[in-house]
Structure formats: C-alpha cells, structure tokens
Design a binder for this molecule. Structure first.
Ligand SMILES: [Zn+2]
Length: 110
C-alpha cells in the first residue's frame, strides 16, 4: 500500500507553491522509487488574471501530469488540477504554474 505523509511542506516549498495552490496528497510507491504528488487550488479562491491582475472567474479545470526524474531522488509525478480562468477584460487565460517556472525540471507529460 502507498504510504501517505502528513506534512508535505517541504515539497510545496520546493515546488514554489503558495496560496491558493496546495498539495492534497503525496504517495510513495512500494518500490521506494516513485512519488505521486497531487496539487489542487483551494476551492472558491479568486484567481488573479495573469494579464491585468484583476480577480477572475474559474471557467474549468484540467488535470495535467508533470514528471521529474530526480525530485528528492524520486521519480516524481505531479498531478495538478489546473484552472482556466475567464477574465472580464482579457477573456480566457491560463494561470501560471509555479512548478513550471524557468529552471524547473518538471516536464508536462499529459
Ligand atoms: Zn485580465
């Protein structure tokens, strides 16, 4: 059975997560090599438009999978529910994924 951990703070710090992003689960595969991290947006959080900064509505979310083959020496898979937002001024926008910033070794796989 995968083992859950209680305090994923070190992982969220390393991924650069801040409110409203949160880690909802971390599990480890039995062979000790693979880690699965699930990330979600805190429900009901208004998200700023990346274009104009105004709070925008969440239109829908899409589950994305990102992979990093040496994250704390684990083969890490990130499962993120990424919201798409609808800004009154700018229209449909994608929000920034903190773990996908320049220099990050996470790559989108699905
Ligand atoms: Zn906007």
């Amino acid at each position: 059975m995968p083992q859950a951990i209680e305090q994923p703070a070190i992982f969220s710090a390393t991924l650069g997560l801040s409110h409203p992003w949160q880690i909802t689960s971390v599990t480890f595969a039995k062979d000790g090599r693979r880690m699965d991290i699930t990330i979600d947006i805190v429900q009901g959080s208004p998200l700023p438009c990346p274009c104009c900064g105004k709070a925008a509505k969440t239109r829908d979310t899409q589950l994305e999978t990102w992979q990093h083959n040496n994250f704390f020496r684990f083969d890490a898979y990130l499962h993120a529910n990424v919201p798409h937002i609808d800004c009154a001024c700018c229209g449909k926008q994608q929000i920034e994924r903190p773990w996908a910033r320049a220099g990050s070794k996470f790559a989108l796989v699905d």
